[in-house]
Ligand binder design. Structure first.
Ligand code: FES
Length: 645
């Protein structure tokens, strides 16, 4: 006798014999229903919710005695125990789906379907008897094949050594195994282990950021950051490459330094939530090309000179122990670098933001010491890196600092009195000005007519306010009079002009190559991208003119992409394919870069109009005494007015 069973939300249906467990029925019909313990009533992962009229058997003793960490829902049943007793419609809730959508989002995991490459399976092995000469490993593989359909399993030496002690540790001879890609046993633990953990790490040239995740639920359990200790070898990447070139042991020192920091970061993550490091089963790392190579112990010097050749642009899989991480069983996956200056961190950003999944033309920018720029849509992506230098991160500016508590991040300046109104990160006492604060100050001074379109601080404004002061042969604006006294000097403005011109020129090269003149949407990533106000990014001409409402911050997209890759094998395949198809543009070798760079020095731009921006801000009328500057300003003002009309 058969019953008609329908599973929701998949809609999969079919006939199954009466007396079949719901879990077996799900497997017969190809329904996504989780099970770690193989139907022993331990894990609670198989819970289902029968519809009101569903005909299931009585509560079993297993369900009655169930005491796992996931209590049975008021209307729920354990799928491995509940028997089909008649026609039934059965819901599989998200938490019981093997490929479940993300429910909690510590970082942006929208649209990610969890599909980790390491899964846990629980098995209880028969006690050996005379006449059954199978090894313990053979028994384990037989049990996993029979219960979970896993075939052709192999095993690492470490779990093989722990198999017999683990079996001996509990009377049921029950073990939980962690299996990589459903093919390779990487860990064996005695008894039932509920959670396998993974760590996703973004190795930046300044900071390392890590996320500890539950591989099955996708929950981000802990997040931690650490300064990259390689800074002592050089603030920027190229000075670290120079260090390697000039010191015979330099590469090894830099490799050791970042590997030590990774171990500290992982320890911080696990200690913060009391997770044993040996429960970390998978590690995903993304990094820029130089950090990527140093981490793997590869000489980065070819990346310091043209043609900037990578040692590898393939995804890299190994054991975490191979890069000296103190996680005995963990596997390692590194996303692929895209080009000599465009790294796996950019690949991760693409994966998380998904320009390749959209028909809209998207411009995606991560601003750091270099700006990584990606342009395109589902048809084609283009990528480049532009040498913006550290100004956007507050470095090399008279009052600059990183975006940490105490940094001024928001600035408004009264157009008449030139008095500023500022706010700091974390509402802390003022210590300096971060990149977004500098951008806003310069933008406000431009709108107030104190800074001209060519970037010159107008000394004539000293008659309007005591805040404009002589500073040698140029002028400066006093953003803060009391201690610490903070000035925006002419050199600061020039440093920002050089940085923004490099960024804009890189964007222009990509637009040229794509054969388009404007984009539909802009996404700003990274710490700077998260803090910057789109209107001010446009006002200073960091990006080409567009509707400010289409410019959005996407936070630490590289870190989000690393978590995506940690939680989804399909995502790893996806980004490996996309990375190979991206058209790379080497800004240093493009003749047009210099022209674009010079044109981009003015505010917002020396030659391009900004009609969409002009809809939301009122540009200043030319007011300086410099004739050439006044002509340029008038030309720009006229262009904008015409476009507006
Ligand atoms: Fe583990 Fe049902 S499969 S409790």
């Amino acid at each position: 006798m058969d019953a008609e069973v329908v599973f929701s939300p998949s809609g999969l249906r079919g006939s199954v014999p009466l007396g079949t467990t719901v879990l077996d029925a799900a497997r017969m019909l190809g329904v996504d229903l989780d099970s770690v313990c193989g139907g022993r009533g331990i894990c609670g992962r198989c819970q289902v919710i029968p519809a009101r009229r569903a005909v299931l058997g009585e509560w079993s003793a297993t369900e009655a005695n169930y005491a796992g960490r996931r209590p049975i829902d008021a209307n729920g049943r354990l799928g491995c125990s509940a028997l089909i007793a008649g026609d039934a419609t059965i819901e599989v809730p998200p938490q019981s789906q093997l490929h479940r959508p993300v429910i909690r989002k510590a970082i942006d995991l929208t649209n990610l379907v969890i599909d980790p490459v390491v899964r846990l399976y629980y098995a209880e092995l028969e006690t050996p008897v005379l006449g059954d000469d199978r090894s313990e490993l053979r028994r384990l593989i037989d049990a996993l094949t029979e219960t979970f359909g896993l075939a052709s399993l192999t095993i690492d030496p470490i779990p093989l050594r722990s198999l017999q002690p683990a079996l001996a540790e509990n009377e049921h001879r029950g073990v939980t195994v962690a299996v990589h890609h459903d093919a390779h046993i990487i860990a064996v633990w005695s008894g039932f282990v509920e959670v396998a953990y993974g760590v996703a790490i973004d190795v930046g040239s300044t900071t390392l950021a890590g996320h500890l995740c539950d591989l099955a639920t996708g929950e981000v359990i802990a997040t931690a950051g650490l300064m990259n200790p390689q800074i002592r070898f050089g603030e920027d990447l190229m000075s670290r490459v120079s260090y390697v070139m000039m010191h015979p042991t330099g590469a090894r020192e830099l490799t050791n330094s970042v590997r030590d920091a990774l171990n500290k970061l992982v320890a911080t993550l696990t200690d913060s939530v009391g997770v044993r490091p040996d429960r970390i089963c998978d590690v995903v790392i993304v990094a820029n090309p130089i950090m990527h190579h140093l981490l793997l112990g590869i000489d980065p010097t070819p990346l310091g000179t043209a043609p900037f050749t990578l040692a590898t642009d393939l995804p890299y899989d190994a054991r975490a122990a191979d890069i000296e991480l103190d996680c005995d069983v963990a596997q390692l996956h590194m996303l692929p670098c895209i080009a000599g200056h465009v790294g796996a961190d950019t690949a991760a950003m693409v994966l998380a933001v998904g320009p390749h999944r959209s028909d809209d033309l998207m411009l995606l920018i991560d601003v750091g010491t270099n700006a990584e720029i990606v342009l395109g849509n589902s048809k084609q992506l283009f990528a480049a890196s532009s040498p913006t230098g550290p100004a956007f991160e507050g470095a090399q500016l008279s009052c600059g600092q990183r975006a940490t508590p105490g940094a001024i991040e928001r600035v408004r300046i009264n157009r008449e009195t030139l008095e500023p109104d500022v706010s700091t990160i974390g509402d802390a006492s003022v210590t300096g000005v971060c990149g977004s604060g500098i951008i806003e100050t310069i933008g406000e001074l431009f709108l107030a007519g104190v800074i001209a379109a060519d970037g010159t601080i107008d000394g004539g404004a000293a008659t309007r306010s005591r805040r404009v002061v002589a500073d040698g042969r140029t002028f400066a604006y006093v953003l803060r009079e009391e201690h610490p006294r903070l000035l925006i000097t002419q050199n600061d403005v020039r440093a920002i002009q050089l940085a923004k011109a490099a960024l804009h020129a890189g964007v222009k090269l990509l637009l040229d190559r794509a054969g388009i003149s404007e984009v539909t949407s802009v996404r700003l990533a990274g710490a700077f991208g998260s803090h910057i106000d789109p209107v001010y990014a446009l006002l200073l001409g960091l990006i080409p003119d567009c509707d400010p409402n289409t410019v959005r911050s996407v936070g630490n997209a590289a870190g989000s992409g690393a978590v995506w890759a940690l939680l989804s094998g399909a995502a790893r395949v996806e980004i490996a394919e996309v990375a190979r198809s991206i058209v790379k543009i080497e800004t240093a070798l493009e003749p047009a870069f210099q022209t674009h760079f010079i044109d981009a020095m003015g505010f917002p731009h020396s030659t391009d109009a900004y009609p969409r921006l002009a809809k939301v801000v009122t540009f200043p009328r030319p007011s300086t005494t410099n004739d050439g500057r006044r002509r340029r300003q008038r030309r720009m003002h006229n262009m904008q007015t015409q476009e507006d009309a």
